[in-house]
Design a protein around this ligand. Structure first.
Ligand code: ADP
Length: 239
């Protein structure tokens, strides 16, 4: 039997904490918990495993190595799309756009209209999950215009459209388009763009953002785990 080495990457984000156990070829195990539950992930780490942390709370967690989210995203994305030019990482409370050609970063962490929190607020208002909101948008026949760039005003536009009789699915499509428009403002001209982060699991969002940018976005398998995978790859490499 060949000996296989494993390492663990933990991405302790501000909304969700992610763990990946990686053997250099594939993900052996993964887990996603709420941000505050990251100690539960540490309990899954075996004694002899090296741990690399990344994400907002990366320094709060016991680790052998730690990486910025940008380095973790680069390493993780390189495993799927080695020639990527731009990475869009859409999380619960911030969105980062990394231009790999000149290593510049654009970040939105001030305005919730460009983060996962926006669709969460809208879904909560409608009494459904974000997955449910994405599924609604996918069934839309038309897209209701939602023009406000601020999430508070965009949500009140949503409410008044619904009161005027607009269909929920068309309003859901409008919310995704408003969200995509906000993110597109941060994205430079490029053809090979990769979307990662929990919000990249939302196919309606990926479609709306692709339409907005005029480029088909690439999404790796399990986009929410990409930074944890990048961290695990780093933990596997020699010190
Ligand atoms: P962070 O690293 O900032 O903690 P993540 O990259 O883990 O954030 O993404 C969390 C966000 O992803 C949340 O806003 C959540 O609503 C969203 N999300 C996670 N899974 C899905 C899904 N299946 N569909 C739509 N949104 C999702």
């Amino acid at each position: 039997m060949t000996y296989r080495k494993f390492a663990v990457g933990i991405d302790a984000g501000s909304t969700a904490a992610k763990l990946v156990r990686f053997d250099g070829r594939s993900i052996q195990m993964s887990n996603v918990v709420e941000a505050r539950d990251w100690p539960a992930l540490l309990k899954m780490v075996k004694m002899d495993e090296r741990v690399c942390t990344t994400g907002y709370f990366r320094k709060n967690i016991r680790h052998d190595v730690t990486l910025t989210e940008i380095s973790a995203a680069r390493l993780g994305v390189a495993r799927f799309f080695p020639d990527a030019e731009v990475i869009i990482d859409i999380g619960g409370q911030d969105t980062k756009v990394i231009d790999l050609r000149d290593l510049t970063l654009q970040m939105n962490d001030k305005c919730s209209a460009g983060t996962g929190a926006f669709l969460e607020q809208a879904a909560r208002y409608l009494g459904i999950t974000v997955e449910g909101l994405a599924a609604l948008a996918a069934r839309a026949r038309k897209t209701v215009d939602i023009n406000s760039t601020c999430s508070v005003f965009a949500l009140s536009e949503m409410i008044s459209s619904l009161e005027k009789g607009a269909k929920k699915e068309d309003v859901a499509a409008g919310l995704h388009r408003a969200f995509a428009r906000r993110i597109a403002e941060l994205v430079p001209e490029a053809t090979r763009i990769v979307a990662i982060g929990g919000v990249a699991r939302n196919a309606s969002m990926v479609r709306a953002l692709s339409d907005q940018l005029g480029v088909r976005l690439n999404v790796p398998h399990e986009p929410q785990l990409v930074n944890a995978l990048g961290a695990a790859a780093r933990a596997l490499s020699p010190k």
